[in-house]
Design a protein around this ligand. Structure first.
Ligand code: MD6
Ligand code: FE
Length: 126
C-alpha cells in the first residue's frame, strides 16, 4: 500500500487553498525539496500532474527566498515575492500554469532548519 501523507499536512494545505479561493482541495502528493545556499529554481511550469483544476500549495520553511511569479510564457515579466519561514503560497485556476521559480538562495542560518530552505508543494497529481 502507498503511504499517505500526515493528516495535518493535508489539512494545512486544504485550509490554505480554501483561504485563497480554492475550496475542496484534497492533495494526494507532497513534494519536499531541500535547498542549500546558492541553489536556484529556474522558471518552469508545474505540469507533471494530471489534474490542472487543483491548485498548487507551497509551504516555505527555514532560510528566506525570493519567489519569481511569471505569466503564461517563459518570457513574460516576473514579480518578485519574498518568502520567509512559514509562508504559504497558493496558485491555481487561471494561474495554475504560470511560470515560476526561485532566485539563488542566500547563505544564512535559520533556527528551524540551519543552513537550508525546505519547500513543500502539495498537489493533486491525479
Ligand atoms: C518554491 N517550488 O520552492 C517553489 N516546483 O518556492 C516549486 O516551484 C517547485 O519545489 C516543482 C517541483 C518542486 C518545487
Ligand atoms: Fe514549481
Amino acid at each position: 500500500p502507498w503511504p499517505t501523507m500526515p493528516r495535518r499536512f493535508g489539512e494545512l494545505a486544504a485550509r490554505a487553498a480554501a483561504q485563497a479561493g480554492y475550496s475542496g482541495f484534497a492533495p494526494d502528493a507532497c513534494l519536499i525539496n531541500r535547498y542549500e545556499p546558492g541553489a536556484r529554481l529556474s522558471l518552469h511550469q508545474d505540469r507533471n500532474e494530471r489534474d490542472f483544476s487543483a491548485p498548487i500549495v507551497s509551504v516555505s520553511l527555514g532560510l528566506p527566498a525570493v519567489f519569481l511569479f511569471g505569466g503564461g510564457r517563459r518570457s513574460d515579466p516576473t514579480t518578485r515575492v519574498p518568502l520567509v519561514h512559514g509562508d504559504v503560497a497558493v496558485w491555481g485556476g487561471p494561474s495554475r500554469l504560470r511560470y515560476h521559480g526561485v532566485l539563488a538562495l542566500k547563505d544564512g542560518e535559520h533556527a528551524a532548519t540551519g543552513n537550508c530552505r525546505i519547500n513543500l508543494t502539495f498537489r493533486r497529481a491525479g
